[in-house]
Design a protein around this ligand. Structure first.
Ligand SMILES: *[C@@H]1O[C@H](CO)[C@@H](O)[C@H](O)[C@H]1NC(C)=O
Ligand SMILES: *[C@@H]1O[C@H](CO)[C@@H](O)[C@H](O)[C@H]1NC(C)=O
Ligand SMILES: *[C@@H]1O[C@H](CO)[C@@H](O)[C@H](O)[C@H]1NC(C)=O
Ligand SMILES: *[C@@H]1O[C@H](CO)[C@@H](O)[C@H](O)[C@H]1NC(C)=O
Ligand SMILES: *[C@@H]1O[C@H](CO)[C@@H](O)[C@H](O)[C@H]1NC(C)=O
Ligand SMILES: *[C@@H]1O[C@H](CO)[C@@H](O)[C@H](O)[C@H]1NC(C)=O
Ligand SMILES: *[C@@H]1O[C@H](CO)[C@@H](O)[C@H](O)[C@H]1NC(C)=O
Ligand SMILES: *[C@@H]1O[C@H](CO)[C@@H](O)[C@H](O)[C@H]1NC(C)=O
Ligand SMILES: *[C@@H]1O[C@H](CO)[C@@H](O)[C@H](O)[C@H]1NC(C)=O
Ligand SMILES: *[C@@H]1O[C@H](CO)[C@@H](O)[C@H](O)[C@H]1NC(C)=O
Ligand SMILES: *[C@@H]1O[C@H](CO)[C@@H](O)[C@H](O)[C@H]1NC(C)=O
Ligand SMILES: *[C@@H]1O[C@H](CO)[C@@H](O)[C@H](O)[C@H]1NC(C)=O
Length: 481
């Protein structure tokens, strides 16, 4: 009898459960399939365009469409409201175009009915391309996206962070690296006939692990014929990939030298800022999207302790991968009642490849067991490694010239020792957060671009010098995608 009643009661529980509402999301996305890094200019391929377009469509069906499985509170379902979106991508054709392709899937053309506007004289004008919608990338969304939104653009990758560059370069002197370099000489030479059109024997080693893997990987997707491809057994390709994973993860993250993961630290700050803006604006700016490089994924994975969940998180993520932070609540949400911070949580999800084909799966962050964690906990954990303003960045990076000249008087981080940065890994300093001006922002962007161009230029003219330390990997440390 009692058992029956319990059974009856438990059958009611699902009905009593609150409906979960998504208040906003932050999506960090890798570009789609592209041509090889070895032969610039690198460009997004049609396959890559499809991958990001379909990912955009996947997210549309999850968060935006009137029938979406978890429609975001207050989101405009068909006609884009640009104030609701904050889309960022570095000035890089592969990433910019990936963002554009993704947005086409997120907000597709609306057709003649919705896509038509009426003029004063009564004439109707339909938007080109069947009601195609224009969505700016890198525009600051709206006032509600927070006082800090204008500084988000300088927070891209390592952007010339001195201590991070030193730390990454130190990898090439580490015992781990030297052992691997020695151990794999024979293996790399065994694939020389496959890659000898691009890499000389002297360049054909673990130092170029990523570029070699990239050449083989891209060629296997695009080249109808590859010299000596009989050497490319699944085991060999897997080993080339695993060695590249090892090389790139170590460049992106080292537990003893957190500054190496600056790309993940700045990303963490951007995520918190955007989600916080969603909350403070009561879901008027609900979606943050950023396209970025795989090293930002790896740096973030390391900082968020995801390798403890699975060693998979030490591997380079596939093209068009995405990680998504959902701001969710079980409290009632209406126009007039918005949940308090205590009722809001964050869910982390990751899709290894275009989300149209690879499941978007929830994983626990920060060594916790739950995949949904309270907002306040999330903020504390993220702020333990987030770097979200100019002064903090300058101090942790040990930069004291250029844009950092004015901020160093109060900082202690001018030492070039990468380890000195660990002592002051604070969160976002509120005092300075609001005062970073557009001039500063612009100066940093220009500085970072100049650096990238300089390294890219160096790379173009010195292809034969793969073997020395000013080689393309150091460029890819700064601008890898
Ligand atoms: C939502 O689903 C209904 C029923 O399946 C369908 O009639 C309607 O067209 C869909 N609306 C959108 C916007 O997809
Ligand atoms: C209405 O105004 C538009 C834009 O100025 C013009 O192109 C169009 O010819 C006008 N239509 C009429 C009927 O005057
Ligand atoms: C930081 O310092 C390094 C080394 O001095 C320099 O190359 C880089 O351009 C600086 N970055 C910025 C943003 O000033
Ligand atoms: C990680 O950092 C530690 C401390 O600086 C260093 O001893 C070690 O070699 C580094 N490992 C790698 C793979 O860079
Ligand atoms: C690797 O290191 C061992 C021991 O130091 C040395 O004998 C060997 O020649 C090295 N192999 C290569 C390929 O450099
Ligand atoms: C690459 O190696 C193959 C096989 O050893 C050889 O036939 C070919 O000429 C080499 N190509 C170049 C560009 O050196
Ligand atoms: C694949 O084709 C490209 C373009 O023709 C060429 O540059 C590249 O070397 C080829 N890949 C291999 C492994 O031969
Ligand atoms: C969120 O934004 C508000 C208003 O800008 C600010 O006061 C607050 O400190 C921010 N909270 C977090 C967790 O960043
Ligand atoms: C790790 O990757 C393997 C192979 O793709 C997969 O089978 C496994 O489920 C993954 N583990 C996690 C925790 O995602
Ligand atoms: C993603 O897939 C690649 C294989 O293509 C694998 O090496 C990597 O570990 C995977 N990452 C995750 C987080 O599952
Ligand atoms: C909402 O309730 C369901 C069922 O108890 C739970 O699985 C989910 O994690 C809750 N979501 C939040 C944001 O607390
Ligand atoms: C609540 O939002 C809906 C949809 O945006 C709108 O139609 C309605 O007028 C709003 N109600 C209030 C009280 O603001």
């Amino acid at each position: 009898m009692l058992a029956k009643q319990l059974l009856f009661l438990s059958s009611l529980i699902p009905l009593l459960q609150a409906q979960e509402t998504v208040l906003g999301v932050y999506i960090f996305h890798r570009h789609g399939d592209r041509t090889t890094k070895n032969w610039p200019p690198t460009s997004l391929t049609d396959l890559g365009y499809y991958q990001v377009f379909e990912a955009g469509n996947f997210y549309r069906n999850r968060y935006i469409d009137a029938n979406a499985s978890s429609q975001i509170f207050g989101i405009s379902p068909d006609l884009v409201q640009n104030s609701q979106l904050n889309v960022q991508a570095p000035v890089d054709t592969v990433l910019q175009n990936s963002a554009a392709g993704f947005l086409q899937g997120l907000y597709p053309p609306v057709g003649a009915t919705l896509g038509t506007q009426k003029l004063a004289n009564g004439t109707s004008v339909e938007a080109p391309l069947g009601g195609f919608q224009l969505i700016p990338v890198n525009a600051v969304a709206s006032a509600s996206s927070g006082a800090n939104s204008e500084n988000s653009q300088w927070l891209q990758g390592q952007s010339g962070c001195n201590n991070a560059i030193i730390s990454s370069n130190n990898y090439f002197f580490s015992q781990e690296y030297l052992t691997e370099l020695n151990k794999t000489m024979g293996f790399y030479h065994s694939v020389e006939p496959v890659i000898n059109g691009t890499f000389s024997l002297a360049q054909d080693n673990f130092k170029n692990a990523y570029l070699i893997y990239d050449l083989v990987h891209v060629s296997m997707i695009h080249n109808a014929s590859i010299p000596s491809d009989n050497l490319l057994t699944p085991e060999t390709v897997f080993q080339l990939q695993t060695l590249a994973d090892n090389h790139e993860f170590n460049l992106a993250y080292n537990a003893s030298e957190p500054i190496r993961a600056i790309a993940g630290s700045t990303l963490a700050a951007q995520i918190v800022q955007q989600l916080n803006a969603t909350i403070t604006g009561k879901s008027t700016s609900q979606i943050g999207i950023q396209f970025g490089a795989y090293n930002s994924f790896l740096s973030f994975f390391g900082l968020a302790q995801l390798p403890a969940v699975s060693v998979n998180f030490t591997g380079i993520v596939d093209y068009a991968s995405s990680m998504t932070f959902e701001l969710v609540t079980n409290a009632t949400v209406t126009n007039t009642s918005y949940p308090s911070d205590d009722d809001i949580s964050v869910r982390f999800l990751f899709s290894n490849g275009t989300s149209a084909e690879h499941p978007l799966t929830a994983y626990p962050l920060f060594g916790q067991s739950e995949t949904v964690i309270p907002w306040n906990t999330f903020v504390d954990q993220m702020n333990a490694f987030a770097v979200g303003n100019q002064a903090d960045w300058c101090s942790q990076c040990g930069n004291s010239t250029g844009v950092c000249a004015s901020t160093t008087s109060t900082s202690t981080g001018s030492s070039t020792s990468p380890t000195s940065s660990t002592s002051s890994s604070g969160g976002i300093s509120k005092a300075v957060a609001g005062v970073i001006g557009a001039m500063v922002t612009l100066a940093v962007i220009l500085g970072a671009e100049a650096l990238i161009l300089l390294l890219a230029g160096l790379r173009v003219v010195s292809k034969k010098r793969f073997g020395n330390r000013a080689s393309p990997e150091s460029a890819s440390v700064v601008a890898k995608a």
